[in-house]
Design a protein around this ligand. Structure first.
Ligand code: PLP
Length: 419
């Protein structure tokens, strides 16, 4: 009895320490609102935008209306946000070099009272785009295409770029070079050539459809591609990459979800970068796909001023799990021309990873990735938890920074001795 009481007391003391470990996050959390929590501000902005564009509620919920009514001129933008004449001129100047276009929905998520609003930073052109260094193609993607529309960097999987269209032209886009002036789905002949390459190479077991944004294709075209790929025996997994769940959630209609459900296993990866992007509409889009049996993953891009704080990423990942999206990757931003103002030091990513492991569920912990130069592939960068290697033990560092000795087995058994 005395021993039980002693153990209970130790556990209660430990609980107190654990409570202290989370206290700061709990205080911070209320300062990192989600889109759902900002629904009142968003609703007001939505009404303002609808007044300008003249759409009905039904139009608003129609993705084709959203696409047709994308805002891509500085004057209209200035009627929605506070933008002075000088800034308007700048936006026009940037627009000549780098395309921009914002769906009415995504525009409505911007809180006009916030100077560093994370939605605004991702969607509204900034004067910074014309400053800074950077190269158009730091990845050398040009040299990894064995057939038209294909990018192959790995033994067993590849990408097919099915369109260059996007719902919104992200200011941090790492594929800026491929986003042309004219929206263009990949021609059928080129898709046929890409599918033939997959068919002719039996080691390819995982095909990733991306772009651009794979969900900007029509349902008919998506179904045709899925059907073709499913007719290839060695294709085990099909993945689609789309940011429409974030920027144009109206796109996820019942028919699309139904089509995907007929070609399983079909996975969808998306890119939420901030909790403010998780609105009721985005949650509904995720829910539709999850209900259709589609496993969802998130590929966050680490962006200065947007999500370069451990608590922002923690909140984002928790909110993603609530809508059944698994945090999959955090990408370090490459030095793409016109986007370098978003770059952080690599240490930022390490700090974020340190603040996740142990402090929150393993489910909420993605892998931090740096894309190696010249298209040599995704490379994980992890905080070091093995402090030193000894012959019969290692030194471990725990998530709280305790250094502990852990015995290692001596590798001297031979098979003859077992039986
Ligand atoms: C990212 C990527 C993939 C998929 O990589 P995973 O680590 O399996 O998610 C496949 N092909 C190319 C060319 C890629 O860039």
């Amino acid at each position: 009895m005395a021993e039980i009481n002693e153990n209970r007391k130790k556990a209660l003391d430990r609980s107190e320490v654990l409570k202290e470990r989370i206290e700061k996050y709990l205080q911070n959390r209320s300062r990192i609102p989600t889109g759902r929590e900002k629904s009142q501000v968003i609703k007001k902005q939505k009404e303002k935008i609808r007044d300008i564009l003249g759409g009905s509620e039904k139009d608003w919920n129609n993705w084709e209306w959203q696409m047709q009514n994308r805002i891509s001129d500085a004057n209209t933008l200035a009627r929605v946000l506070k933008i002075d004449d000088k800034a308007q001129e700048k936006i026009k100047e940037i627009g000549k070099k780098y395309r921009w276009s914002i769906s009415p929905y995504y525009l409505s998520l911007i809180d006009p009272s916030e100077q560093w609003d994370p939605i605004k930073l991702q969607s509204v052109p900034s004067a910074m785009e014309l400053l800074g260094e950077g190269t158009p193609d730091p990845m050398g993607e040009e040299f990894t295409s064995p057939a038209s529309s294909i990018t192959r960097r790995y033994p067993d999987r590849l990408i097919i770029k099915v369109t260059n269209q996007c719902g919104m032209y992200c200011r941090h886009c790492q594929r800026r070079r491929g986003i042309g002036e004219v929206d263009k789905p990949t021609p059928v002949e080129e898709l046929e050539e890409a599918i033939k390459y997959v068919r002719d190479n039996p080691e390819i077991r995982d095909v990733l459809l991306t772009g651009g944004d794979a969900f900007l294709l029509s349902n008919e075209r998506i179904e045709w591609i899925l059907k073709e790929l499913r007719s290839i025996d060695h294709v085990e997994v099909i993945r689609l990459g789309s940011r429409t769940l974030v920027t144009l959630p109206q796109r996820i209609d019942d028919e699309l979800a139904e089509i995907l459900s007929r070609y399983h296993p079909v996975f969808v990866n998306t890119q939420f970068n901030h909790p403010q992007e998780i609105t009721e509409e985005a949650a509904e889009a995720c829910n539709k796909l999850a209900n259709a049996g589609v496993p969802l993953g998130n590929q966050m891009v680490l962006l200065r001023r947007i999500n370069d704080k451990p608590d922002v990423v923690k909140r984002l990942n928790h909110e993603l799990l609530k809508v059944r999206v698994s945090p999959y990757y955090i990408f370090h931003a490459k030095g793409v021309e016109g986007t370098t103002h978003f770059r952080t030091r690599v240490e930022k990513g390490m700090e974020i990873m340190e603040n996740l492991r142990g402090f929150t569920s393993g489910l909420a912990i993605p892998t931090f990735i740096i894309n190696a130069p010249h298209g040599y592939g995704k490379t994980p960068v992890l905080p070091e938890y093995v402090v030193s290697w000894g012959g019969d033990h290692i030194l471990l560092r725990t998530w709280e920074g305790r250094v502990m000795e852990y015995p290692n087995v001596l590798d001297e058994w031979s098979d003859e001795e077992v039986f």
